[in-house]
Design a protein around this ligand. Structure first.
Ligand code: FES
Length: 568
């Protein structure tokens, strides 16, 4: 199969690519030019390389509030380099404004992006994203579309402050909310905090999923080397937009798509950087999904191995104390790459045309005046930030962010308290009649991809009556995800999920669950015969709903395989 068959692209480069089929090629060209002339384009414009700008601006997405300025920057760069930029919208996914979860729509944005690249005349594309799911979705779509592509993100927010304390979304959102639930802050105080957590446009300013995915995208080579960390709205960020615009025109005339950059080496590098960032657990699902689109079999074991060998080198919340602006001021991602140089494959290529080795020749090591980026000799935290668990409760794997979990809970045996869904948690978690103790293991099921698109509900709240006694962490186990900004002894992504017949569906209140992070075990301590008996009487729910939700539930792959749709 040649490139055109693979990608669905047809025709020559430029505005005549992917002609509308009227059964008369010359008529199709004539009609296209007639309509474009209504927007003021003439032959001088239309003979240039055509650069699409995938725009995910939306009033529903405050993380992308500064995106219009980036669009203008990219357009300027494209024009300077001799191209014609055409902006097109796709759906936008804002983490906090989508129900039940933005993850349900990641693959829909991936399809939207892929099909709009594939169907419209486009020699190259700039993918404007930022908020958590937008970046992996755009990469998945662009990889499948096969057109030269560069990702550009909005960048993180600046930090805010409350009563003299620096704070930001959303590790501090969670920390203060726990203290509010514990009775430490009243409604007025939490209202003031609410106003201070997100002071500017941009993505969450900790090492959450958005920041992690920005760093991994550049490590994969699909973003300019300095593009991951400049803050939203800053001059640095706007310059990235202009540089991206100039560079995509050069790439477009070469015609090489993302697959040239996405190699085993680039994914191994991304897994290493993920570990060094102490990055988001969500990135594990996204990396596996992007690799699958590129035909590379990245597994949970690869992620675990990279984390096992790589210490945490970045001091950002939730595993550290700093924020993205500190990381950027300390040199950002290229300086982290420099610190990791002996562990990275330097042959991996970047969209700027250089190998990682060539980029690092011009990059200084972490400076001594800063304490945000560590070195292999003097890291911020030990190796093993992410640990893949297996056992009778998760035969296909589960994940824990060890770097963000309480040390005294990582080996724990306790009775299960079972919740049937996130709504069941919301309804019952604070009911004192449940009689929960700090030793209980909070189990939530029916929150995996098939059940409801896998919401970020895995960091179950500590019951208010325990929080008021000073309990700040408990072992929690689910088939859900957790925000990259969250923390705690939280076991996520249990596979197979309950709705697909996984053992999580068989847990009953009072069953003993054993977690042993050091030995990578998560076990349901119930005899096999009893589990077989329960399984025989268990009826998994049938897919329901309509439209996208029905299609998703019937075709989504399990989390350990990336939660893409099986036909993509
Ligand atoms: Fe958009 Fe955190 S909510 S990046």
């Amino acid at each position: 199969m040649d490139h055109a068959e693979l990608t669905g692209q047809s025709g020559p480069p430029g505005i005549d690519r992917n002609l509308t089929r009227y059964g008369d090629t010359e008529f199709s060209r004539y009609m296209r030019r007639a309509f474009l002339s209504s927007a003021g384009y003439d032959g001088e414009d239309l003979d240039r390389p055509i650069i699409g700008i995938a725009d995910t601006s939306s009033d529903y997405n405050t993380c992308h509030r500064d995106m219009p300025a980036l669009v203008e920057g990219v357009k300027r760069g494209v024009a300077q380099a001799g191209g014609l930029a055409l902006v097109f919208p796709t759906i936008s996914l804002a983490e906090t404004l989508l129900s039940p979860t933005s993850m349900l729509f990641r693959n829909l944005l991936a399809m939207d992006t892929e099909e709009m690249i594939r169907a419209q005349p486009m020699d190259g594309v700039v993918l404007l994203g930022g908020c958590d799911k937008t970046v992996p979705a755009q990469l998945m779509g662009a990889v499948s579309a096969g057109v030269p592509a560069i990702s550009l993100v909005t960048g993180a927010m600046r930090t805010g402050s409350w009563q003299g304390e620096r704070l930001g979304a959303c590790t501090d959102c969670r920390r203060y909310w726990l203290r509010h639930r514990a009775g430490e802050f009243d409604r007025d105080e939490i209202g003031e905090i609410e106003q201070a957590l997100c002071p500017t446009g941009g993505t969450c300013m900790v090492m959450g999923t958005a920041s992690t995915m920005a760093c991994l995208t550049a490590t994969l080579g699909l973003m300019l080397p300095g593009g991951a960390t400049p803050l939203s709205g800053s001059g640095d960020r706007l310059r990235q937009a202009v540089m991206t615009g100039r560079r995509i025109v050069e790439l477009a005339t070469g015609g090489e798509g993302p697959l040239k950059l996405l190699t085993r080496a680039s994914f191994d590098n991304a897994a290493t950087v993920l570990a060094a960032l102490g990055g988001s657990t969500n990135a594990v699902i996204h990396l596996i999904a992007i690799a699958r689109r590129a035909g590379i079999a990245l597994t949970l074991e690869d992620i675990h191995e990279a984390a096992r060998k790589t210490p945490v080198l970045v001091n950002c919340k939730p595993v550290g104390t700093g924020y993205m602006e500190d990381f950027h001021k300390a040199g950002g991602l290229p300086v982290l790459w420099k610190a990791l140089e002996p562990r990275l494959d330097l042959n991996a290529l970047n969209v700027d045309g250089r190998s990682l080795g060539a980029i690092l020749k011009d990059t200084p090591p972490p400076a001594t005046w800063q304490d945000t980026i560590g070195t292999l000799e003097n890291p911020i935290g030990p190796p093993g930030a992410l640990v893949v668990l297996r056992g009778t409760l998760a035969p296909d794997g589960a994940l824990i962010k060890r770097a963000a979990a309480a040390l005294d809970r990582q080996r724990h045996r306790g009775p299960a308290a079972v919740f049937e869904s996130p709504d069941d948690v919301a309804a019952r978690i604070d009911d004192p009649k449940l009689g929960l103790t700090p030793d209980h293991v909070l189990v939530m099921r029916n929150a995996g991809p098939v059940a409801m698109g896998m919401p970020e509900a895995g960091s179950l709240p500590i019951p208010a009556y325990l929080a008021k006694k000073g309990v700040v962490d408990m072992v929690r186990v689910s088939d859900a995800r957790m925000s990259g900004t969250a923390y705690g002894t939280v076991v996520l992504h249990c596979c197979p999920e309950a709705a697909a017949g996984g053992p999580l569906a068989l847990v009953r209140d009072g069953d003993v669950i054993e977690l042993d992070v050091e030995n990578r075990r998560l076990d349901l301590c119930v005899p096999a015969e009893e589990l077989a008996r329960r399984k025989a009487g268990h009826v998994p729910p049938r897919a329901s709903g309509r439209g996208w939700r029905r299609l998703y539930a019937e075709h989504v792959l399990p989390a350990h395989l990336g939660a893409d749709l099986d036909f993509l």
